[in-house]
Write a protein that binds this ligand. Structure first.
Ligand code: C2E
Ligand code: MG
Ligand code: MG
Length: 686
């Protein structure tokens, strides 16, 4: 590197002013100037003394004066020599220090990971540190012949030129980020700081630029930012990004009244089944493919459903909120029917079977739609509305599409209140257990009971229809039924003691879908049986047909687990689902409870009568006990007896009632109770 390229006047180090090259040069000029002056003075002195006889006096005086003059001049020369020697030594020392610094600079620049460049006023590179070669791939020769400005990304060029201009005029370089082309054509991101080199007049002559390659750091930062706003599995925007876009759309719709948009909430029906039966890997792959298909379909519906909007279409946002939930922000729609049309088209596209790891999978989805309204202020509210509409679509029978309306909102609010009240009810022990007898149609005696929950809410006694569904959805059913099971088991133990019978009285309890899916179901029941000392054989679990048949493999394993406890299993509401006979055979069930829809009509409707007959015959061939629930009339009882149905339950015999009422009934129907002493002894004996 040449002496000229030594960077000076760095704005970062103004305090200790470094040695300037022009200072040395100035000093040398001064020294040379002095030498010339001294030489001229000497020459003039000697010439004037010898030729012009400046003092025409006597010969003796003249020579004396001449000697004096020469001596004087010799003194001056001597002094000058001493001064020159001194200056020379000083300059030598400065030069040595400069050389040392040159060496140091070279050492730093040659070894620094950062790229250090010196460029002239036109942007031409004068010096490039070797790091340039490693980072940008250009050889030293290539760097010399190319312009740094041309390698800068066209979008950043103006900014860089402006910064260089500013640095030159103010002497202050600023931190800058820009993209530069690697020899392989890729773009690297550099962070650079410029310092100026000034000339003797203090004018900026060159720029020293220190560039750091921050491409990796930037990439990591971008990745981090991306992952904060995208779903890891499908790479679609996540909830946070979706809400952000939704909020922006809301703001826009407030400013422009003709700008309308819709939120589509898509939930895959029965997704759990894929996950449980085919494994999470397949489940994940299905989710990815759904995302891809939705993206493709969205582009397609954009051009098909909303072609006449004229202006450039905004990009609709498809996001995955998690699980099997996707949301779409449909921008710039004309009216609600646009959103419905899009939803239906998406549903039909999703219905085309997917092939995942060799499996052919058919996906149905329920869609809830919420439309932008002037009243809505928060993105979350709109998303919630779409979610409520989606739930409505699910309840209406899946694979449907529903548009949110205010009535839905009221239902949702009521549901939320109910949930809070249910929690409170649990804390305050407001739940009561009622029992409905099950009668043997052969003997007319009570053989068992079904335990049914009632909620003593204020002065009202609420029946399960008003709260069981919400209790199940919220999972509150788990603690609720734990209490019921314990109470029912204890009550049965007590009745066993008071009313010994052969076979002993049984107790049926209902299991909901949430409970059935709970991994701890069998353990919890086993524990209660142990604590209450009830023989498992006297406990019967009722599982509705739809729960049992929903996911056959899962159901089979849960039922086997329950069966292993020694309890009896019963299929509740039989006839309402679509159980196939062969499946029913695979399950370890002991009895079928014929749904009350058939029993209640069997005396008036021949079809229902026929169905009851077929169910009883079917049960007999499978060796299952039949219980007719909802028996209300004598005619029904007689017909059931003719059809050889084993047991019946219904208002005809007794409504569900508390244990006092049922104890009295037992006494009347099954005969005398055991004496208290006998009862106690029986209880103690287990
Ligand atoms: P389920 O298991 O099918 O229970 C039978 C339902 O039929 C009971 O309604 C009972 O009161 C009603 N019923 C009985 N006989 C007649 C009749 O002759 N005519 C008419 N119209 N109805 C009759 P309930 O107690 O309202 O329970 C409804 C459903 O709620 C039950 O259906 C059961 O699935 C569920 N459930 C009730 N209590 C519990 C509970 O403690 N835990 C669980 N998991 N589910 C419960
Ligand atoms: Mg039941
Ligand atoms: Mg039932």
């Amino acid at each position: 590197m040449s002496q000229e390229e030594f960077p000076t006047a760095n704005q970062n180090q103004p305090a200790a002013t470094p040695i300037q090259r022009w200072q040395i040069e100035g000093r040398e000029w001064w020294l040379w100037g002095l030498a010339v002056v001294v030489t001229l003075v000497l020459t003039f002195g000697i010439v004037s003394l010898t030729y012009f006889q400046l003092h025409p006096q006597t010969e003796g005086t003249y020579w004396t004066d001449l000697k004096e003059w020469v001596r004087g001049l010799a003194c001056v020369v001597l002094l000058f020599d001493i001064y020159t020697l001194y200056q020379h030594l000083q300059l030598q020392q400065i030069r040595r220090r400069l050389a040392e610094r040159d060496q140091l600079f070279q050492l730093i620049t040659e070894n620094a990971a950062d790229m250090i460049a010196v460029v002239d006023g036109t942007g031409q590179r004068i010096y490039n540190s070797p790091a340039y070669q490693h980072v940008l791939g250009y050889s030293a020769e290539e760097l010399k012949t190319t312009s740094s400005i041309e390698q800068i990304h066209p979008d950043d060029r103006q900014r860089v030129l402006e910064a260089a201009r500013k640095a030159r005029s103010t002497g202050q370089g600023q931190r800058l980020e820009y993209r530069i082309r690697h020899k392989d054509g890729s773009w690297r991101i550099l962070e650079s700081t410029a310092s100026v080199i000034r000339n003797a007049k203090g004018e900026t002559e060159k720029l020293v630029i220190v560039n750091r390659d921050i491409s990796e750091r930037k990439r990591a930062e971008e990745l981090l930012a991306h992952s904060a706003f995208h779903d890891g599995l499908t790479n679609l925007p996540n909830r946070a990004l979706f809400l952000d876009r939704l909020q922006r759309a809301l703001v826009l719709s407030k400013r422009h009244t003709d700008y309308k948009f819709a939120v589509l909430f898509i939930d895959v029906d029965e997704f759990k089944v894929f996950n449980d039966s085919l494994g999470h890997k397949v489940g994940d792959e299905v989710l990815v493919q759904i995302g891809l298909r939705l993206t493709a379909s969205l582009r397609e519906v954009d051009t098909i459903s909303r072609p006449q909007l004229g202006q450039a279409q905004k990009d609709d946002t498809l996001a995955r909120l998690g699980g099997d939930e996707y949301t779409i922000l449909l921008e710039d729609i004309r009216d609600p029917s646009d959103a419905i049309r899009v939803a239906e088209r998406l549903q039909s596209r999703l219905a085309v079977p997917f092939t995942v790891q060799g499996y052919e999978i058919v996906v149905n989805a329920s869609v809830g739609i919420a439309l932008s309204t002037a009243a809505c202020a928060h993105a979350e509210d709109l998303l919630r509305d779409a979610n409520i509409a989606m739930y409505r679509a699910k309840r209406a029978g899946k694979a449907r599409c529903e548009v949110f309306d205010t009535a839905m909102h009221e239902v949702a609010v009521r549901r939320l209140e109910l949930e809070t009240e249910l929690r409170k009810g649990l804390e305050l022990s407001e739940f009561r257990t009622h029992y409905q007898p099950i009668i043997s149609l052969k003997t007319g005696r009570i053989t068992g009971f079904e335990a049914l929950t009632r909620w003593q809410h204020g002065d009202r006694l609420l029946s399960p229809a008003e709260f069981i569904a919400v209790a199940d959805e919220t999972g509150l059913i788990i603690p609720m039924n734990r209490i019921l099971l314990r109470e029912a088991c204890e009550q049965l133990r007590s009745w066993h003691a008071q009313f010994p019978a052969e076979p002993p009285l049984t107790m049926s309890v209902n299991i909901t879908s949430k409970e059935f899916a709970h991994p701890n179901l069998a353990n919890g029941i086993a524990e209660t049986l142990k604590q209450t000392g009830l023989d498992p054989n006297h406990l019967q679990l009722e599982i509705t047909e739809t729960i049992a048949m929903g996911d056959p493999e899962k159901a089979a394993s849960v039922l086997a687990e329950l069966k292993a406890l020694g309890v009896r299993l019963s299929v509740d509401d039989f006839g309402t689902g679509y159980s196939s006979l062969s499946r029913l055979q695979q399950f370890p069930v002991d009895s079928l409870k014929i749904d009350r829809a058939f029993i209640s009509q069997m005396d008036s409707d021949a079809e229902s009568h026929k169905i009851v007959q077929v169910i009883i015959m079917l049960a007999q061939t499978l060796g299952l006990v039949t219980v007719a629930e909802g028996t209300e009339t004598e005619e029904q009882v007689n017909q059931l007896k003719v059809l050889d149905c084993g047991f019946a339950q219904g208002y005809y015999f007794s409504r569900p009632a508390d244990h006092h009422v049922i104890s009295d009934l037992l006494l009347r129907v099954n005969g005398r109770a055991a004496t208290p002493a006998k009862a106690n002894a029986a209880l103690a004996g287990g």
